[in-house]
Design a protein around this ligand. Structure first.
Ligand code: ZN
Length: 313
């Protein structure tokens, strides 16, 4: 580096100070800086993170920035409940510095996958600390559908990144604060808009029971024929009960989801003459450049869709 700079300065001062020489000098300076910056980066590899599904992938990238390189397992618009791990997933995990998964039983397949990969490095449960909703013996894993809970996810992820790169505590904390600020702004705006919806209109039907936490936070009752996971098919009795409820309570908000087949909801829509109100993003983000390609955009899309539907019917 020092030799490089010396040569640059010598080259510039030995000759006449023409524009050509100035340009050459600046070009050499840029080259020196470029190689120096690369040397600095080469000295510190990024934290290799494996995330179980797209919402966590987005959170880790938002919070880790240039300090992380993320490999995600269950892709966008895909269902993590029914995921079948691939051999390459075990390879990705084996090479990681950190594995982040949701917990609360969402990724039933992940403990075995981690064990089989021989992975011994750090792993965290992003939902650690949330006040979980329980339906009898079943725990609702969809804790990310809540602004309150996502702050805990943010805290858990940032803490893990700082433990792995304590020298960047300042930069990582700054990223965390910025992201928490964006969450608060969005939450405040959406809660204000939601306040105008009368409480007797706040009933929504979706395919599976993925919005219990959102319902608790926004005072909305969500009904679903499929229950907390999609592993068990809806029975004819379940579907009939939902149809009865829609008729009795005059429900006007039916939404399909991005991760599963809309057929069941279309059937219910046909039986009740209530139109499908749109698509909600439940357990995965949309494709890149889609309406819900980040966590914050997903929350905005879902809640604005509910507001539009519930306010106009
Ligand atoms: Zn789900």
């Amino acid at each position: 580096m020092v030799d490089c700079l010396k040569n640059t300065i010598r080259a510039a001062t030995l000759r006449d100070n023409t524009m050509y020489q100035i340009k050459r000098f600046l070009k050499s300076m840029f080259l020196c800086l470029f190689f120096w910056a690369n040397l600095v980066n080469a000295g510190e590899p990024s934290i290799r993170v494996v995330t179980s599904f797209s919402i966590l992938e987005n959170l880790v990238n938002e919070l880790g920035g240039q300090y992380v390189s993320v490999i995600n397992l269950v892709s966008r618009n895909s269902d993590a409940h029914m995921y079948q791990p691939k051999p390459s997933d075990a390879v990705s995990i084996a090479k990681a510095d950190l594995v982040v998964f949701n917990g609360l039983g969402f990724e039933g397949w992940i403990p075995r996958l981690i064990k089989n990969s021989g992975y011994k490095n750090k792993q965290i449960i992003a939902s650690e600390g949330v006040d979980a909703i329980k339906n009898g013996k079943e725990i609702d894993p969809h804790a990310w559908q809540s602004f309150h809970n996502i702050r805990l996810y943010v805290q858990n992820i940032t803490q893990a990144l700082i433990e792995l790169r304590p020298q960047h505590v300042k930069a990582l904390t700054k990223r965390q604060q910025k992201y928490l600020g964006s969450i608060s702004n969005l939450e405040k705006r959406l809660k204000k808009q939601f306040a105008s919806i009368p409480s007797n209109k706040r009933i929504v039907v979706t395919s599976h029971d993925a919005f219990g936490y959102l319902g608790r936070e926004f005072n909305v009752r969500f009904l679903a024929p499929l229950g907390l996971s999609i592993e068990v098919e809806a029975s004819a009795e379940d579907v009939a009960a939902i149809i009865d409820q829609i008729r009795e309570q005059n429900v006007k908000a039916l939404f399909v989801e991005n991760i599963n087949n809309p057929r069941l909801l279309e059937l219910i829509s046909g039986e009740t003459n209530v139109a499908i109100g749109g698509r909600l993003y439940s357990d995965a983000l949309s494709e890149i450049k889609g309406p819900a390609d980040t966590y914050l955009k997903m929350m905005r899309h879902n809640i604005e869709s509910l507001i539009n539907r519930l306010n106009t019917h």
